[in-house]
Design a protein around this ligand. Structure first.
Ligand SMILES: [Zn+2]
Length: 330
């Protein structure tokens, strides 16, 4: 496993741990890969308070031991499963991977039987890892927005991990994705991910006017705002059509604020909602797009030893950072 020393100058140390022992209602998963996402970076920096020394919530691996009281059909040794952000829930509280329980940047992890998430066998595990958080978050945000088929859907922060997958899913779900981000490198990444139009917020004084110019006068039926910067929400609201929906996803920086007068919401029938990852059914649906080759996550695969070098650079990397934890042969 790799142990985190949390803080602004966070460090990772590789350590050997005993294989966890399991209680009767859990399974033991030997992980093949784990994604490393923006939330992990925020946890490492300490933005959300204390966290576990083992981060990670985009794990893919196989069940290697099953607790004596497990009864689910999914609790089978050898099954390929995913381990995501929500690791358990009881009543009003949710248990998050890497924050409340040890995460997936380890060779083994323990999963409650009712949170086993089976994954398709015929897809490389490194292609499924990004779906466990970023992919399902993007997919679920689009489901929550439920835009009109064939309509324009804006993705703000489109070059990031969630954003680029949102572009790919939007296109495959029958919408016309518009990427909003800054700079030429990000434009190329967005067009590559499936954007039909790119709007550079650094170059446009008025995103709404720029949008109307490129779409022959049409606005967006939904805006997915990924970890919005200070002005992103207001600009996104400005780009919405009548009855449009703004979906906030990701972990916005502490400075992100939404300030608005409610009248435009009332006049235009605008909805503002938030969306966090998705449930196991959403993961299965999102993974199906990857299995069919409709969505191909871009990844940068690294070893556990290289994590410290790459962790601070997740925003600059093209594609999702995926850490290999055991050999391909498994
Ligand atoms: Zn995540």
């Amino acid at each position: 496993m790799i142990s985190l020393q949390q803080g602004p100058g966070f460090r990772f140390n590789i350590q050997n741990l005993a294989i966890p022992t399991i209680n009767p209602q859990v399974v033991l998963v030997e992980l093949e890969v784990s994604g490393f996402c923006g939330t992990d970076l925020s946890l490492a920096h300490g933005y959300f308070g204390p966290c576990q020394p083992i981060l990670g919530h985009e794990g893919v691996g196989r069940i290697v031991a099953v607790g004596s009281q497990c009864t689910s059909d999914a609790a089978v040794v050898g099954r390929l499963v995913g381990v995501g952000w929500i690791r358990d829930a009881c009543g009003f509280c949710r248990v998050f991977s890497g924050r409340d329980v040890p995460g997936t940047l380890a060779q083994y992890t323990v999963v409650p039987e009712r949170y086993i998430t089976p994954l398709p066998e015929d897809v490389p595990s490194e292609m499924l890892a990004p779906i466990m958080c970023a992919g399902v978050t993007a997919f679920k945000a689009l489901k929550v927005a439920s835009p009109i088929q064939g309509s324009w859907v804006g993705i703000s922060g489109a070059a990031g991990g969630v954003g680029s997958l949102a572009l790919a899913y939007a296109r495959q779900m029958g919408y016309r994705p518009i990427a909003i981000d800054g700079g030429e490198r990000r434009r190329l990444a967005c067009m590559d991910a499936g954007a039909e139009i790119y709007l550079d917020y650094q170059k446009e004084d008025n995103l709404r006017s720029a949008l109307l110019l490129k779409t022959d006068g049409e606005l967006c039926s939904a805006m997915i705002v990924c970890a919005g910067a200070v002005t992103a929400y207001e600009a996104a609201l400005d780009c919405l059509d009548y009855h449009g929906t703004l979906v906030a996803v990701g972990i916005p920086p502490p400075t992100s604020k939404m300030s608005l007068h409610p009248l435009p919401l009332i006049d235009y029938g605008i909805r503002i909602v938030g969306s966090v990852t998705g449930n196991r059914a959403d993961i299965a649906e999102a993974a199906e797009f990857v299995r069919k080759g409709l969505v191909k996550p871009k990844i940068t695969e690294i070893s556990l030893q290289d994590l410290e070098k790459y962790a601070g650079r997740v925003d600059e990397l093209e594609g999702k950072l995926v850490v290999r934890l055991s050999s391909r042969a498994g």
